[in-house]
Design a protein around this ligand. Structure first.
Ligand SMILES: [Zn+2]
Length: 1080
């Protein structure tokens, strides 16, 4: 249930929350893969992404896998596998000191360093026989991390590295099942499990807090990358990469493949196309000039031979960098590795995989590209323009890089940052594009531009960018802004709050950014010295002397500039589809009858294989924990519920490294229904409009100087067994313990002193929100579909949709006109929202910190509460609205669909039991994965059960199908009824569910989850009861659940975000099935 709670909160909060808490420091602390050149990932990141799909850093995460079927015994398939069969020496004589052990196991110690910044000892080894490099980081962090990374520079845009990343996790020598990856998702306690493809490397990380589980994960991953079945099995390549599909010789041939469809989705999003164009144009001469993810037009040119060669060449220890991190035994790490590495000899891979630097241009260039746009939308203001610079011929030293990161934060990191602010205030476009400084590739880049621009304004945008940069170089930055950026960056470096991302993984990615280019892997972990020297330099010489030369050298006087202009083209989507059809027709016409019969047979064979489960004995090869390894009690979060001045205060006494985290919660229930869609803009206004004494720039700088960030966002959810929904506004903030007073003063200032008078800024908020919603529609249609279905099924869903779905987008479009006509009216509506929210009686405070900080902060809380207005309890507004429960198709110019179907299963009489968590996870990872993804060719397919509302929903992601996917959903109850399952499988399903429920949380997240449980009325007794139900789930529960979800088939409502062609043909097949709504 914890998970469900979090999901709900994130779906409402992520935009504002992430911006303040993560966005601002991601260049320096770099906890996440690069934001502009996204790695492609293995799977859709759990439920969080499913629902919200808003989280910046996860949004490109995807999934993959693939199966293969073992026709022959694996060892006879792979000569290399045979030659390198592992020696199972269980416990060789490797006692002794760490160095002696390393030596005995064949590792040479290169360097050993203490990293004060993360309180760790880090040792770099080289495996003598193969040259594999290993970084072994030991400390007290229980969230252990392993990763193996290969340099995989592609030569073309066929997507080889990406398809390989998906495919190696589809069975290996020791684990010869269809998808060990999925088995691990189902049955391990992992706190992280995924894989990423970067433009030049492929990364396989896992994490767990349970040591036995951790080593299981490591072994499965090592076996997968070194001895995958996919290099012997054409069908895995076809399934994950591409193949022709033909069900019947009389039908049309189509392209299928998980990566193929994933990338079609990517190429349907203008922002993604822009990023790819820019990268390729900036690096015409090296590997970054092609797309490692794969261009759907080029993917079908890839052959199986090339695919196998690529693996043979690059997935070799000589080309590997391996990372271990955490509190486990460092000897055991080397021991596990040596079993794998010793099977190989040295290769030349590491020479061949080196990335060559791109030489700087002597002149700027400009490229113009079209992107697919809907024909209904106003195309005039839909152009995009982005200026990109390659900053240097060679990699930069760490101090320069750190200074550039700092400069990036100063120019773009907050709403008050001048480059961001001036571009948005110009009114020339709706939202920023380009990610600022990017330093995850060999050479750093800088990109900035606008979207939602009129064609005639493009030139003006370019001039404005150049002039603003020049002005910043000439005049320097406001000292208060410099101080605010410095504090924000230092705070986040020291807090090292990586959210749900393991800290060890964040460090690994940071280190890898240099290590992968044969530079010092320790250096990026040690920020303290360069940071202090930068601070000293700024103090001594002034910030202008530090930053202006950088702007001049790297940007203004740098001829390596690529300007990318993107034009909307309503024809492009259908042209692309027509071109694809033409290719396929040609292929078909060149085939003989025998060829067609053979293709039909191969199509069926592949599908049969995909849909046939692995035999139990093969499944058992994947190591798993037993139920005895599972704690019987839920994770305890210390919670003291008390009162300060008559207001309820929750306190969580946890070690937070001297940071105070707090949430101040207000009840929304007295808000008038028609004001609900204004709430997100109200929240943004609180932070970004300024007070009587301070403009918003000063206010933002003050927040930056005194705190670690403040965010404001709505939170809504159904409450189990209640008609009325839970609706709150949450103000979330953090600061060093010594700044608690400042933090509460600032929260008070935001809530009470901000003035809703700046019409121009409000206008920008509206345009930005509109641009963001339009982007979500294309990239995260599943989130939009889920919100829409919820809005048809319950009031909380309706509210959320008003504040973040299609209804919200429609509201924003109307509002854009209204701002100019009736600003006074809007301004007073914002004031009215404030008035109905702010009330001592309806307030709740949540605090997470160590006991002393909590006690010391109480007086500031008390003062804060005294300043809140007291109100007579007023009537609660009964928001009674829901959307009409008709099937809807939302038309979007895309080549792939997002298909959803949902119903409230509580209405059938189903009573919540913990087994539902096990069962819905199982359905996602078996039935839906196999049918929607593996054989259907979608990038993802899953179900979600909101235990608060009772809504059970199915969703697909980047799906080539529409009605076919609905048929799969409708078959779920049948699947459950016929399910046979041995004890092993059931145990894995239970353990995997516990892994989700117990997902690793940093202290602030623990305190926050506890707050949400409080708001939703989830008690400790209930948590214990659900846990016991989870642990005692039986096969019979699965059968009974079938009856409950039969309701989705019978009465479920369907919402699809889909391409116009697919919707038209669906409505032909089933007349009037969809009510059609055109949004883009
Ligand atoms: Zn992928």
């Amino acid at each position: 249930m914890e998970r469900a709670v979090l999901v709900r909160s994130l779906s409402c909060s992520s935009v504002s929350f992430n911006r303040l808490f993560f966005r601002s420091y991601h260049r320096l602390a770099r906890s996440y893969p690069s934001s502009r050149l996204p790695p492609h990932n293995k799977r859709l990141v759990s439920n969080i992404n499913r629902r919200s799909a808003l989280r910046h850093h996860w949004r490109r995460i995807s999934s993959s896998p693939s199966p293969l079927y073992l026709k022959r015994c694996f060892s006879s398939l792979s000569p290399r596998a045979v030659a390198t069969s592992p020696k199972h020496f269980s416990s060789p004589d490797v006692g002794g000191s760490q160095d002696e052990v390393a030596e005995k196991l064949g590792f040479e110690k290169i360097s050993e360093q203490m990293i004060e910044e993360c309180k760790s000892k880090a040792v770099l080894y080289k495996h003598k026989k193969t040259g594999a490099q290993v970084m072994s980081v030991s400390n007290s962090d229980e969230n252990k991390v392993f990763g193996i990374v290969f340099r995989t520079p592609p030569k073309d845009s066929t997507g080889i590295p990406h398809i390989l990343e998906h495919s190696v996790l589809c069975g290996s020598r020791k684990y010869p099942l269809k998808e060990p990856f999925v088995e691990l998702l189902k049955g391990s306690l992992n706190t992280f499990l995924n894989a990423f493809t970067y433009p030049d490397r492929t990364c396989y990380p896992v994490a767990s807090t349970n040591t036995k589980d951790f080593y299981n994960l490591v072994d499965v991953y090592l076996d997968a990358v070194f001895f995958p079945k996919c290099v012997e099995d054409l069908q895995t390549f076809q399934q994950e990469g591409w193949h022709y599909e033909l069900d019947n010789p009389s039908e049309d041939i189509s392209f299928k493949g998980v990566v193929f469809n994933e990338m079609k989705g990517v190429y349907s999003q203008p922002d993604n196309i822009l990023g790819r164009m820019a990268q390729q144009a900036m690096f015409p001469d090296n590997t970054y000039g092609v797309d490692s993810g794969g261009d759907p037009k080029v993917i079908p040119k890839l052959t199986f031979e090339e695919f196998k060669d690529f693996h043979r060449k690059y997935y070799h220890p000589s080309n590997a960098r391996i990372w271990f991190y955490g509190d486990d035994d460092t000897n055991e790490r080397l021991h596990i590795l040596s079993e794998y590495l010793d099977s190989f000899d040295v290769s030349v891979a590491s020479e061949e995989s080196k990335v060559k630097p791109q030489k700087l241009f002597s002149e700027p260039i400009r490229i113009v590209e079209k992107y697919p746009a809907g024909d209904g939308s106003d195309l005039k203001k839909k152009h995009m323009v982005c200026l990109n610079w390659l900053l240097s011929d060679n990699p930069l030293d760490l101090e320069t890089e750190l200074t550039l990161g700092f400069l990036d934060h100063l120019m773009l990191g907050t709403p008050a940052a001048p480059l961001r602010r001036i571009l948005l205030e110009s009114g020339l476009g709706d939202a920023i594009v380009g990610g600022g400084v990017e330093d995850e590739l060999l050479q750093p880049q800088f990109s900035i531009g606008l979207k939602g621009v009129s064609e005639e304004d493009i030139q003006k945008v370019e001039e404005l960018v150049m002039n603003t940069l020049k002005k910043l170089a000439d005049e320097g930055f406001d000292p208060e802004a410099v101080e605010a950026s410095m504090n924000t960056i230092e705070f986040s470096l020291r807090e090292n709050n990586t959210g749900s991302f393991p800290r060890g993984l964040s460090l690994m990615l940071r280190s890898m950014g240099k290590w992968i280019y044969d530079m010092d892997p320790f250096e990026p972990l040690k920020y303290e010295k360069p940071l202090q020297s930068l601070k000293a330099k700024i103090a001594e010489e002034g910030s202008k002397a530090v930053f202006s030369p950088l702007i001049e050298k790297f940007i203004l006087n740098n001829p390596h500039r690529v300007t990318v202009e993107m034009q909307p083209d309503p024809e492009k989507a259908s042209q692309d589809e027509a071109a694809e059809r033409e290719i396929l027709e040609k292929v078909k016409s060149s085939m003989t009858d025998e060829d067609l019969a053979e293709l039909t047979r191969a199509t069926q064979e592949l599908r049969l294989k995909q849909e046939t489960p692995d035999p139990p004995e093969v499944l058992r090869s994947v190591p798993s924990l037993s139920l005895l390894d599972i704690p019987k009690k839920p994770i305890h979060v210390p919670t003291k519920i008390g009162e300060i001045g008559g207001v309820k205060v929750l306190q969580h006494d946890l070690f937070t490294n001297d940071v105070l985290y707090t949430e101040v919660v207000f009840n929304m229930s007295s808000l008038k229904q028609e004001l609900l869609p204004l709430v997100p803009l109200f929240c943004q206004s609180l932070l970004e409009m300024g007070t009587k004494d301070m403009d918003f720039v000063q206010l933002n700088q003050l927040i930056g100087r005194k705190t670690g960030g403040i965010s404001v966002y709505p939170f809504t959810s159904s409450k189990r067994g209640r008609e009325d929904p839970c609706g709150h506004i949450i103000v979330r903030g953090k600061a060093m313990a010594g700044r608690a007073e400042d933090l509460f003063n600032l929260v008070n200032c935001i809530l009470q002193d901000v003035q809703f008078t700046d019409q121009q800024r409000f206008n920008q908020f509206v345009s930005q929100s509109k641009a963001r919603m339009e982007n979500r529609l294309r990239g995260s249609g599943h989130g939009i579909a889920a919100a829409r279905m919820d809005a048809k099924l319950n009031v909380a869903g309706w509210i959320a949709e008003q504040m973040g779905g299609i209804s919200y987008l429609e509201f924003l479009r109307d509002l854009e006109e209204k701002v100019d006509q009736d600003w006074d009216g809007i301004s007073s509506s914002l004031e009215e929202i404030r008035k109905s929210l702010l009330s001592r009686q309806d307030c709740l405070v949540n605090m997470t910190a160590d006991g002393k900080t909590l006690t010391d902060s109480e007086k500031f809380v008390s003062k804060f509460l005294d300043l809140l207005p007291s109100k007579q309890p007023r009537e609660t507004n009964l928001w009674g609205a829901r959307l009409s429960p008709v099937n809807e198709a939302i038309l979007v110019p895309t080549q792939v669909n997002y298909v959803g179907k949902a119903a409230n299963i509580y209405e059938t009489g189903y009573q919540l039991n913990g087994s539902a968590y096990v069962i819905s996870k199982y359905i996602s990872n078996t039935w839906l994965w196999d049918r929607v993804r593996v054989s259907g060719g979608a990038y993802g397919g899953f179900c979600d059960f909101d235990t608060h509302s009772g809504v059970f929903s199915y969703l697909s992601y980047r799906d080539p199908n529409l009605l076919k996917t609905l048929d799969v959903y409708d078959g779920t109850a049948g699947f459950l009824r016929e399910l046979e399952m041995d004890d092993d499988t059931l145990t894995k399903a239970i353990i995997g569910t516990i892994g989700d429920v117990d997902s690793y949380q940093l202290p602030d997240a623990k305190g926050y989850s506890s707050l949400l449980r409080h708001l939703l009325g989830v008690t400790e007794e209930e948590r214990q009861k659900r846990r016991e139900e989870i642990l005692s789930t039986s096969l019979n529960d699965f059968k009974e659940f079938a009856d409950a979800i039969e309701a989705v088939k019978e009465k479920g409502v369907v919402v699809a975000v889909a391409s116009p062609d697919d919707v038209a043909s669906a409505n032909e097949d089933r007349p009037n099935f969809f009510e059609v709504k055109k949004v883009l």
